[in-house]
Design a protein around this ligand. Sequence first.
Ligand SMILES: [Zn+2]
Length: 500
Amino acid sequence: MNTIEAVCSLIRYGLDTELIEESDIFYVTNALLDTLKLDVDASFHPESGEAHPLEEILKALLDDAADRGVIENGIASRDLFDTRLMNCLTPRPSQVRHTFDALYKESPEKATDYFYKLSCDSDYIRRYRIAKDRKWVTSTKYGDLDITINLSKPEKDPKAIAAAANQSQNRYPVDLLCHENEGFAGRLDHPARFTLRQIPLTLDHEAWFMQYSPYVYYNEHCIVLSEAHRPMKIEKATFTRLLEFLDIFPHYTIGSNSDLPICGGSILSHEHFQGGNYTFAMAKAPLRKPVTFQGFEEVEAGIVEWPMSVIRLDGKDPSRIVELADHILETWKNYSDDNCGIKAFTNDTPHNTITPIARMKDGKYELDLVLRNNLTSEQYPLGIFHPHPHLHHIKKENIGLIEVMGLAVLPARLLNEMEELKKAILNNEDIASNTAIASHAVWAEGIKQKYTDINSGNIDSIIQDEIGYVFAEVLENAGIYKDDENGRNGFDAFIAKINE
Ligand SMILES: [Zn+2]
């Protein structure tokens, strides 16, 4: 495909995906030619393009732009530039919102179906990269846990890292979750958001926006952010906003990372939720034990059969769930229990918080409150209720909302390491002396003892299962009250405190 053919093919793609209409052809083509700094002659007919996969079209255009010196040939420069090209085809925010509103009147599902497809077709979500992610399911005593090795986040090139090191403190947009990112061209140290589109929402009388995550950890993975740039905070209004979101999108689940380091997500600087059209293992987990909260007898409640410590509230009246959730949050924030290693404060620094998750179930609002604590100790400097060191070879990062719900997001490095490890196990090589995979040596020794017959036919599924079991243990580490006598008594004592 030469450059002219690629331009025509991109126009064909725009028509086929309905990003553009026939009447847009020359307007969009001229924008593309200008962006590409490309001259054409009178024989040029943009409407004559053939269909090709988007990845191939963009590769042809990027290679040509790099050859002609229009862009530098690094992955960060290429990602900025192909987003600039795709923006020529992407409808403006106002058009997207008009279409979304019209479809919403038919049904919320139709509106989100449209918006998700647009976010993919515009290449804001790079489907061909997402397709490279590895995903599998491991059955555990907590249900089917989802495991993903995410390969679609591009590796940063050295120029981008250098640019990030020189960034000023007073930048625009302030962070990746500010509303001002909608249509932002990007820089080497800030991904292009030219093709980002957002839908405005009102939650608890405030302006918020819904968009999709470019990395799609699960189906229709959305991000909901406040218009105001302000830090994450778990408070009563959080519960109100989550349940109001369900009034707007009853087919979605929605949750928030907690507001403290170690047990929060990676971005604490801007208040946001994450949700989507996906049923996580946690949502399917039954109650371990029903609980009654005094004064809230109409709210069905209980402790969830889950490796982390979860109180589940179910009811028809959202205001009662919010009241009870707020009472539980305030009690937890001030709660200490030496027997279970829980300390609410060190001087004025709080340690207790909650990761809340909401969904509709059988016509009722369901709110899961996951108890979190971010204490560290000499033995566990990264966190007591955090993956312990013997699991760091698989997962070392914070256990945020998505993991809490039962989906592990594991680093890309694992893929090569597991390939190397499989070879070493099959060839009975010494793993501890191979620096690339030495961190997995103890774990691999346990696997070799557990399975009597490991061969090239079953090793893939064995390794996948064993990674899944590690993830279950990661969640147990992050759980406050362990599923033993001490933990169960401790959980009962906290429930009794709520009822005081
Ligand atoms: Zn912000």
